[in-house]
Ligand binder design. Structure first.
Ligand code: PMP
Length: 354
């Protein structure tokens, strides 16, 4: 704390990302990255762009990328907003569309950045508990006064999926505020709500290239919705940073959308490993929530989760544990390669046997 800090900064509780240790030979299953590298075509496009062209500013509107995303999803470029990771997109969404006098509704167990943005933008949080099975119940949101609704689908860190028909039912009942569906993990088992944006002018869908397209290090995310929602985001972006996406990011992201085969193959591998890991964890006595994401959320009835995480760490395996009511007995485990999952299972076998 310093006397030079503004009152806003004094009051902030910043987000704490999963750690990125600098150690070699770690089995790193803590931040939901993809265990497979980006498309070779994306890497080639980034290398080609690393040229004399870097003298020049990038396209402030990233039009090539908006067109690539729009044509991939069968929508118009005017329905697409792009940003420096979906975290930046979300930050602009909170400022542009969710900052209203009525509270913003989101689940008690959800992406822990949402309350941080509420703090930054002074938005009142309206916390809606998940049900006893850790599922979002749409009826708990319907009829509640709100300035907006946001949730991840599949939810994080639970991995549980809300059916598209339920999202549509929410949209039919909640027409007076924006509903944001954060689809960071949708490619691992969900159906995107982007298909609904033409019918619901208050629906905004946010996605990222960090997970299913293995580009967490490139920082690219986007939002899809009605052009008037997109215009609001552009207004904030152009009052904040004209060039959030650099030339390398635009080139790599466009090429990633052009390599459908690689994308599908990576997603299929992650999903197959997830099912394999589910079975192996169940055999060790873990209760695993059904996951549609690239991670599983698991608890062991006889073993304390923090202690399990500690003992895994001693064996150079890191998973995520949240010291938070209702979920402090769970571990969130990112799906690695089969070899990484096997290392995890071997370690857990030893630990739970003692
Ligand atoms: N939404 C959810 C639900 C997430 O888990 C994450 C990853 N931490 C993000 C958004 C942000 O991802 P990125 O900024 O890498 O696009």
């Amino acid at each position: 704390m310093s006397r030079f800090w503004s009152d806003v900064v004094k009051g902030l509780t910043p987000y704490v990302p999963g750690e990125q240790p600098k150690l070699a030979n770690l089995v790193k299953l803590n931040t939901n990255e993809n265990p497979y590298g980006p498309s070779p075509k994306a890497l080639a496009a980034i290398a080609a762009e690393a040229s004399d062209a870097l003298r020049l500013y990038p396209d402030p509107n990233a039009d090539r990328l908006k067109s690539a995303i729009a044509s991939y999803h069968g929508i118009r470029p005017a329905q697409v907003f792009v940003g420096n990771g979906s975290d930046e997109v979300l930050a602009h969404v909170f400022m542009a569309l969710l900052k209203h006098p009525a509270p913003l509704l989101f689940p008690d167990i959800s992406y822990s950045f949402y309350p941080v943005y509420c703090g930054l933008y002074e938005i009142e949080a309206g916390i809606v508990p998940l049900d006893a099975n850790y599922e979002i119940r749409v009826d708990d949101y319907i009829g509640r006064a709100n300035g907006g609704i946001i949730f991840p689908n599949p939810n994080a860190p639970t991995g549980r999926l809300l059916a598209l028909s339920e999202i549509e039912r929410l949209l039919q009942h909640n027409t007076g505020s924006v509903v944001v569906v954060d689809e960071a993990y949708v490619d691992f088992g969900g159906e995107s709500a982007i298909a609904l944006i033409d019918r619901y002018p208050n629906l905004l869908v946010v996605q990222t290239l960090s997970k299913s397209r293995s580009l967490a290090g490139l920082r690219v995310g986007f939002a899809a919705g009605h052009p008037e929602l997109i215009e609001a985001l552009e207004r904030v972006k152009n009052s904040f940073n004209s060039y959030p996406l650099d030339r390398l990011a635009i080139a790599g992201a466009v090429a990633a959308y052009e390599d459908e085969e690689y994308f599908q193959a990576c997603c299929a591998k992650v999903v197959a490993s997830r099912e394999r890991l589910n079975d192996a964890l169940a055999e060790l006595g873990f209760k695993v929530l059904p996951s549609a994401a690239n991670f599983v959320f698991a608890q062991h009835p006889q073993h304390d989760a923090a202690e399990l995480a500690r003992q895994l760490r001693e064996r150079s395996i890191i998973v995520r544990h949240f010291r938070q009511p209702r979920i402090d007995q769970f571990l969130r485990i990112t799906i690695g390669t089969d070899a990484q999952c096997d290392a995890l299972i071997d370690a857990l076998k030893e630990i739970v046997a003692n």
